[in-house]
Design a protein. Structure first.
Length: 195
């Protein structure tokens, strides 16, 4: 008879996500990973098999938790029009403290592993596309863009997605880059105090 799992999977995946996010894939060793996940070596191997499988599961967990929350925010019309929702997402993603300068887990995966790991490349591309579609949906609710052609909104959604991920990557430097507000204003048709 199989023994029941002796750990909470979401907590273990959150621990894996946090350590990979902070240290990166290559710099995360098995003892650090086991500590972060709260697992014994035997439980880890039984549940995941290896470090790479744990990393992929952590990416899936990030997709469900963080990308899912971003998409839900962008789709939540109770938060205002599309402009308000896009601005809220960008504002929520700004680094809050120098001690948390880790950027975005997806960005880190795109840079570190995606160039030579087809599975990571596919997963990160899917997350980016999911976010881009949510940006597009938000842009459809921007009154200043109502006259824009659908293709124009799709292009703007692609630009905003890249601006979002670029801002996440640049946040690792610790610089307060408020230029995103100016760029979003130009794309979404509103003026900021800086323009």
């Amino acid at each position: 008879m199989a023994r029941p799992r002796e750990f909470e999977m979401d907590a273990a995946l959150d621990g894996a996500m946090q350590i990979f996010w902070r240290l990166g894939y290559a710099a995360t060793n098995l003892p650090d990973l086991l500590t972060a996940m709260g697992l014994t070596r035997g439980s880890f191997y039984k549940a995941f098999g290896d470090k790479h499988s744990a990393y992929l599961a952590a990416l899936d967990h990030y997709d469900q938790v963080h990308i899912g929350a971003a998409v839900a925010l962008l789709e939540d019309r109770s938060l205002g029009d599309g402009t308000a929702r896009v601005l809220k997402l960008f504002g929520n993603s700004a680094p809050k403290a120098k001690s948390s300068l880790r950027g975005c887990f997806v960005c880190n995966a795109m840079v570190e592993l995606a160039p030579h790991d087809a599975i990571v490349a596919k997963k990160t591309c899917a997350m980016s596309c999911r976010l881009e579609k949510a940006f597009y949906q938000a842009l459809c609710d921007v009154s200043a863009l109502q006259g824009d052609a659908d293709v124009s909104k799709k292009r703007k959604a692609a630009i905003i997605t890249r601006l979002y991920f670029g801002g996440q990557a640049m946040s690792k430097t610790g610089e307060d880059d408020s230029n995103w507000k100016i760029l979003l204003g130009e794309l979404l048709g509103f003026k900021t105090a800086d323009t």
